[in-house]
Write a protein that binds this ligand. Structure first.
Ligand code: ATP
Length: 248
């Protein structure tokens, strides 16, 4: 079994339907004390890996065909999403999905659905903590989430994931479609989240950003881990510079 305080994916194979194999024998570790990045081109299988961990694969007709996922001693393999959240592992959904008809505050409270804190004063504390992290959301607490800018919706999606007090956050493409200035703010927030003791597994197409933020990185290539290593070493690797950092 895995040591405590670590997300361990071991020899994981994932299929969609009967025949599309999206991941083949993937092994990786993400400790609670770190930020781990998962790089790879379009279709490499990055989102698939996060879905496998968060238990949302069945929503996409996917399933685990082999291998295991543990968080510390706890097996997460093929658990339903609510049980994965209860184990302390929370995914920020792809495409920064928010409930656009609900207010900002209602969206945050939705992050406590299925947890005992939902009705307690603890819920108020959790909302206040998130507003402390994202003051711009506090200013708009009663506004419909659909009226927020793209960057604000990303903050709301992040804030909602943080409501349940996760030990490990799974982040799918937080920079996608955002202006550089906003990307820098999101990056700072990821650093803050990590500094407050939450591990981060970060999926990013923006390899430069991912390598800057993370301690360790894995490169996925057509469903297999091609290489991994400390992020500062990978950012010096000729292959990485050529393939993922857009250099000649
Ligand atoms: P992107 O950055 O484009 O999202 P990704 O690295 O996250 O890429 P995945 O979305 O995990 O890649 O896709 C991995 C492979 O699985 C791709 O070949 C993709 O076409 C396939 N795939 C993804 N979702 C499904 C699905 N619901 N049904 C069938 N095949 C799928």
């Amino acid at each position: 079994t895995a040591p405590p305080d670590e997300l361990v994916v071991d020899d994981l194979t994932v299929v969609y339907g009967r025949s599309i194999q999206a991941l083949t024998s993937v092994t990786l570790r993400a400790p609670v004390g770190g930020i781990v990045a998962l790089l790879g081109a379009n279709g490499a299988g990055k989102s698939t890996l996060l879905r496998a961990v968060s238990g949302t694969l069945p929503l996409h007709t996917g399933s685990i065909a082999g291998g295991t996922i543990h968080f510390g001693e706890r097996p997460l393999t093929s658990l339903p999403p609510a049980d994965v959240v209860a184990a302390g592992v929370v995914q920020v959904p792809e495409g920064r999905r928010v409930f656009s008809e609900l207010s900002v505050e209602e969206n945050l409270r939705a992050g406590l659905l299925g947890t005992p804190a939902l009705r307690r004063p603890a819920a108020r504390d959790a909302v206040d903590r998130i507003f402390g992290l994202f003051p711009v959301l506090a200013e708009r607490r009663r506004q419909s989430a659909g009226l927020l800018s793209g960057g604000e919706q990303q903050m709301l999606a992040l804030g909602r994931a943080l409501m349940a007090g996760p030990r490990m956050l799974l982040l799918d493409e937080p920079s996608l479609g955002l202006a550089p200035q906003i990307v820098e703010r999101i990056a700072q927030i990821v650093r803050d989240i990590h500094a407050q003791g939450t591990g981060v597994l970060l999926v990013e197409q923006n390899a430069a950003l991912a390598l800057e933020l993370s301690d360790h990185a894995y490169v996925l290539d057509v469903g297999r881990i091609r290489l991994d290593g400390p992020s500062d070493e990978l950012s010096c690797s000729d292959d990485i510079r050529r393939l993922y950092l857009g250099e000649q």
